[in-house]
Design a protein around this ligand. Structure first.
Ligand code: GLC
Length: 670
């Protein structure tokens, strides 16, 4: 059992107490009561584990809680309520998940292991329903998948729902996909195969139809202050002066007039995204506590990774972009720390598609490190890969990646090539200037290139959310189509098909070896092309992101082992990336890669070393022509062996290594 509480420390001589001291004092006040409840709920042994966990992490939640709600709310009272939610969740946690908790507490860096490899899919597009999903798991296991992100599957509103990102009930599954019981069965089947289930937690907003939103509209005091509505345009106009628009073409602005708001007087409701997605007001601690209840409940269904959707937007401040506010980090730290008290097997993954300097803090990389999300999408790397492909030049990638701040060793990137969203060109003007190009004109070039507007481009992308005012746009399109495979197939030009495959595999060769959890986007392993069937569905037709959310083509997948087919040519190479990655401890997370200058501006070169491993060097040539790199920089006088190459061992020419056009090579110390 817990040792008796020790007397409170005397205040520090200056009268100012550190965050740790304040948390300790709160612990002294709260722990006696919590200990009694914990023993009653969990039994003496489990209670001891639980209380230790709470005590160890208390400063990580107490600090953010006081920062967010210390004034005027009573932080002790809020903390006590949060801890009650957490204790209730711990008590309800199924035995199998508690065993997982125990394993993860022994192996806290589990998500950084070189065997980690992700896969992302829509349930309906991949298997039809959750019930049918277990029948498709062999495909994932064959690839080496250890992490499966199932795209939004909680019950959305009827009609348009932003691909499921307008959630009407966090505790129900979309009936078209199955039931919550089916989801639990899937989670268990995945666990059995060593695959962690990831789902989206859409927490910036709910659907307008969510009971919280209905309750708020109806004036139910339980939901007072859950959302924000202004009586007239004064405040919305003032905020919008500095808020960039997310969906300028069909959902301009960040507010929607709702006649039923404000007791029927009408009001402008905060809607950052579509008009039917209402932003929650996290300045109200009741919202945070309510969301904590939903997260811990879902964790107990077997979710291991929460993809924290659109988190930069969770806190608003006049005169700013209303993204990445310091309070967002407090909030995520608070929810993270509390969730892991109940479910330490769970990790958070940040979906923060923001500038590189704003991204690292989501991994806890602040002036003083703090536990926040364990994982975050490496949006910079993704964007730079596509940019390098378009320009056949790796200088921008080299410059921008070198400029990024290191991430805490307890965190890791999620490295990816393609996701379900459009690609927004997060290239900073500063990085562009460092290689002598203008940020705006470069972003414009990338849009034109991938939309196939240049004769030299065989890309089949489409512009998304073109903003006539600013000239900004983003790009939709499947990876294979952006790499030119679709156009080459249409022309019946097999050399061009091969070039397209090389581009696709080149990008993935970096995602698989840069460090972090690589994500395969469903269909890329067999080069699925743009799918325009979404145009037949009126609720999807106006959103061209659906063009790169294809249906899995299982007939095509059936050809994946036939080397004479497109699918076979792609699959064999993708498969090898995973297979070799798993054998390379240098690719373990927890350390940063260093980006090298290996004598060619067209080749991205990076070195990795884990303290427990030898060195690794990766090379990716974005030029269609062979490029010579400096052998000493790369292989360190021959101490590194080639472990995987697009074309086998590299030729040596005048003391340099020749990287084939659109080719890659991985070297590692044994
Ligand atoms: C995230 C999702 C995107 C969605 C938005 C609003 O950015 O990835 O698809 O539109 O959040 O929920």
């Amino acid at each position: 059992m817990q040792p008796p509480p020790r007397p409170a420390d005397p205040p520090a001589p200056t009268g100012r107490r550190s965050a740790g001291q304040l948390a300790d004092e709160a612990w002294q006040r709260l722990s006696p009561g919590l200990a009694v409840d914990a023993v009653a709920a969990l039994g003496a042994d489990e209670a001891e584990v639980f209380l230790t966990r709470v005590q160890v992490a208390l400063a990580d939640v107490h600090g953010p809680l006081v920062a967010l709600y210390g004034d005027p709310a009573d932080p002790d009272q809020l903390l006590a309520r949060a801890l009650r939610t957490v204790l209730a969740a711990a008590a309800e946690r199924p035995a199998e998940l508690r065993r997982l908790d125990r394993r993860r507490e022994i192996d806290p860096g589990w998500f950084q292991h070189e065997r980690m490899q992700g896969y992302v899919c829509y349930v309906d597009h991949f298997s039809g329903t959750l019930g049918e999903l277990p029948d498709r798991l062999d495909h994932l296991s064959e690839l080496g998948t250890t992490y499966l992100h199932l795209m939004p599957l909680l019950r959305p509103r009827e009609g348009e729902n932003d691909g499921g990102y307008a959630v009407a009930d966090y505790r129900q599954v979309d009936p078209r996909l199955g039931t919550m019981a089916d989801l639990e069965t899937v989670a268990a089947a995945l666990r059995e195969r060593g695959i962690s289930l990831c789902i989206d937690l859409v927490l910036n907003h709910t659907a307008a139809e969510h009971p919280w939103a209905r309750g708020w509209l109806a004036g139910d005091p339980a939901y007072a202050g859950f959302y924000t509505a202004f009586p007239d345009r004064a405040m919305p106009d003032a905020y919008e002066a500095t808020i960039p628009e997310v969906f300028p073409d069909r959902a301009p602005g960040s507010f929607t007039w709702v006649p039923e708001a404000r007791g029927g007087a009408g009001g402008w409701v905060w809607t950052t995204f579509w008009s039917y997605q209402w932003d929650l007001d996290y300045a109200n601690p009741e919202v945070t506590l309510a969301m904590l209840g939903e997260i811990t409940w879902l964790a107990n269904r077997g979710v291991e990774v929460f993809r924290m959707d659109a988190i930069p937007f969770m806190w608003k401040r006049m005169g700013t972009s209303c993204q990445n506010q310091p309070e967002v980090h407090d909030l995520v730290q608070l929810l993270h720390g509390l969730t892991r008290m109940a479910a330490p097997a769970v990790v958070f993954k940040a979906e923060a598609i923001v500038a590189p300097d704003d991204l690292v803090p989501y991994l806890g990389g602040h002036e003083r490190e703090r536990p926040e999300c364990e994982l975050a999408y490496h949006n910079q790397l993704m964007v730079l890969l596509w940019s390098s492909l378009a320009t056949q030049d790796a200088r921008l990638a080299r410059t921008a990646l070198r400029r990024m701040r290191p991430i805490p060793s307890r965190a890791s990137w999620v490295t990816y090539v393609r996701g379900h969203d459009d690609i927004g060109w997060a290239v900073t003007d500063e990085d562009a200037a460092a290689i002598g190009v203008g940020g705006h004109s470069h972003r414009r070039f990338l849009n034109d290139f991938f939309a196939g507007h240049y004769p030299a481009s065989s890309s089949r992308g489409a512009l998304f959310q073109e903003n006539a005012l600013t000239g900004d746009a983003r790009i939709s399109g499947s990876a294979a189509s952006l790499c030119g495979i679709e156009a080459a197939l249409e022309r019946g030009d097999d050399d061009a098909v091969e070039a397209g495959i090389r581009r696709l595999v080149l990008l993935y060769s970096v995602a698989f070896a840069y460090g972090g959890v690589p994500l395969l986007y469903m269909g890329d392993e067999i080069a699925l092309l743009n799918d325009d069937r979404y145009l037949e569905d009126p609720s999807r037709a106006p959103d061209n992101r659906w063009m790169h959310r294809p249906l899995m083509d299982w007939t095509a997948a059936g050809r994946r082992h036939d080397p004479t087919t497109l699918e076979g040519r792609v699959y064999a190479r993708m498969f090898r990336l995973g297979q070799v990655r798993r054998s390379l401890p240098a690719l373990r997370g927890g350390t940063e890669p260093s980006v090298l200058h290996a004598g060619s501006d067209r080749v991205l070169a990076w070195r990795r070393r884990h303290p427990r491993s030898g060195a690794f060097v990766g090379l990716a040539n974005f030029s269609p022509d062979p490029e010579v790199v400096d052998a000493d920089t790369v292989t360190g006088f021959g101490t590194l062996d080639l472990v995987l190459g697009s074309d086998g061992p590299l030729r040596v020419e005048h003391g340099g290594l020749v990287v084939p056009g659109l080719g890659f090579a991985w070297y590692a110390e044994p």
